[in-house]
Design a protein around this ligand. Structure first.
Ligand SMILES: C[S@@+](CC[C@H](N)C(=O)[O-])C[C@H]1O[C@@H](n2cnc3c(N)ncnc32)[C@H](O)[C@@H]1O
Length: 200
């Protein structure tokens, strides 16, 4: 993704509304409040998690994301930031793993390893709250220009995704299949599965 587009994307999402799934996830936490935000972008979820009293470990592959978050959370000793990919990050033990619109971009060849790291990081009773790209999304099309955003696109069929959740009790599984326009005025089909699940 081009630098201007990254900056524009982060500026647009820095203070976006907290998604209801994340509110639900934080309400479900019974144990100590330690969260990991995978692909944290401009840090809107970090800000919410800090408001809710979580210690937050957050990472992103983009230098710009980590720069923005370092500035945003300067002086906050309970926010630990690192520039990492899904597979290079050293996942600490946690009670909540958040991956909002980020695993869409995990290289397919790395997903097994990444998913097992996420599962191992979560303590029993811990929550996974994240979203996955479905096959009807515009980004899943072979004609989609992968240079426009992050180049690796990871797509799940619902059945396959559900089969990855065997170590979890699924609390909420939502399919979003919505047509609309991007902020740049291009038509887009959003096909996203969002998941809130408890590690058993
Ligand atoms: C659509 S944005 C979502 C950002 C944030 N989670 C949010 O909801 O506002 C996707 C984020 O995933 C990050 N990302 C893409 N590929 C990644 C990878 N391989 N490892 C870690 N982060 C990645 C991007 O840099 C970007 O910040």
């Amino acid at each position: 993704m081009a630098k201007d587009e990254i900056e524009e994307y982060y500026a647009e999402t820095a203070n976006r509304e907290v998604r209801p799934d994340l509110v639900l996830a934080t309400r479900l936490i019974k144990s100590s409040k330690t969260a990991i935000d995978c692909g944290c972008g401009a840090g809107s979820d970090i800000a919410y998690l800090r408001k809710e009293g979580f210690i937050v470990y957050a990472f992103d592959i983009e230098e710009e994301s980590i720069k923005i978050c370092r500035e945003r959370f300067r002086g906050d000793e309970d926010v630990f930031l690192s520039r990492d990919s899904f597979s290079s990050f050293d996942y600490p033990k946690s009670s909540l793993v958040v991956a909002d619109s980020s695993l869409f971009f995990c290289p397919e060849t790395e997903f097994e390893k990444v998913w097992s790291k996420i599962c191992r990081s979560l303590s029993k009773g811990g929550i996974f709250c994240g979203s996955f790209l479905g096959p009807k999304d515009t980004m899943a099309s072979p004609n989609y220009n992968r240079d426009a955003y992050w180049p690796n696109i990871l797509v799940f069929e619902e059945e396959d995704l559900r089969s990855r959740l065997k170590e979890f009790e699924v609390i909420k599984f939502t399919e979003h299949n919505v047509s609309g326009e991007t902020p740049q005025g291009f038509s887009h089909q959003w096909h996203i599965y969002s998941v809130v699940a408890i590690k058993i």
